[in-house]
Ligand binder design. Structure first.
Ligand code: ADP
Ligand code: MG
Length: 240
């Protein structure tokens, strides 16, 4: 699969009169695991939803693989998003949850079976195919949400605080699983979190967002050693 870049150029977005994204510019390199770190309300989900096509910017450009995709509808963007709440269908089995996107895309049954089985295998849930979401642990539900997204083979993976519903031990374990899965797939990934440790321990590079403004972009060690302002220093832990 081709590795693609994601670029935001001077993106602005307002809800009514409130500007929530203020001139966002950043480049996520092909195949990168990129963390978007910021406190609650800083605009992380808004930016992710914009990349997925569920929000429309007021100005600025969004480029994937160098192409402006501003007018491409969400289902044609080849971008997969995992929501904080997982949004699994409770009445459907794990298998059917994962297969859903392929059914929607009219993938023929032989290929569908192969791809669903492979996705479940990747997240270690092959034995759970017949269960329903409420018969799974939080971590397992999270894996179903992940399988359901990667089965459509997106070029870009967007993860909106995917681990925030899990307890701490599981979060640390799933963080490693997520990273190893991303490495195997080589898929460009934007990982949203408000947990600085989560960002610092996983990301190739990261952006710190505050009040709709990108404060700094760089590698975790770069931000830790050379925070550009007090906010970044506080937030990534340099001053703790
Ligand atoms: P984060 O994900 O970083 O917590 P959000 O992107 O969800 O932040 O929200 C950024 C700001 O935009 C917040 O002040 C939030 O209240 C506001 N906001 C988010 N969604 C909407 C919406 N649909 N309508 C109006 N305001 C919104
Ligand atoms: Mg959010």
């Amino acid at each position: 699969m081709k590795k693609v870049s994601v670029e935001c150029r001077n993106i602005r977005l307002s809800y009514g009169k409130t500007e929530v994204l203020k001139d966002i510019s950043l480049v996520v390199e092909p195949g990168e695991f990129f963390a978007l770190l910021g406190p609650s309300g800083s605009g992380k989900s808004t930016l992710l939803r914009l990349i997925a096509g569920f929000n429309q910017q007021n100005s600025g450009q969004l480029l994937v693989d160098g192409r402006d995709i501003g007018s491409v509808p969400p289902h044609k963007r080849n971008i997969g998003m995992v929501f904080q709440s997982y949004a699994l269908w409770p009445h459907m089995t794990v298998w059917d949850n994962v297969a859903f996107g392929l059914v929607e895309r009219k993938v023929r049954s032989a290929e569908l079976k192969t791809r669903v089985a492979a996705a479940l295998e990747l997240v270690g849930l092959s034995q759970y195919a017949k269960r329903r979401p409420n018969e799974l642990s939080g971590g397992q539900q999270q894996r179903v949400a992940l399988a359901r997204t990667i089965v459509i083979e997106p070029q870009v993976l967007l993860l909106d605080e995917p681990l925030s519903n899990l307890d701490r031990n599981l979060r640390v374990q799933m963080r490693q699983e997520l990273l190893s899965l991303q490495r195997r797939l080589g898929i460009t990934t934007i990982f949203v979190t408000h947990d600085q440790e989560e960002a610092m321990t996983t990301a190739d590079r990261m952006a710190v967002l505050d009040q709709g403004i990108v404060q700094q972009v760089g590698s975790p060690s770069n931000l830790f050693d050379f925070p550009c302002n007090r906010f970044v220093a506080n937030f990534v832990g340099t001053m703790n």
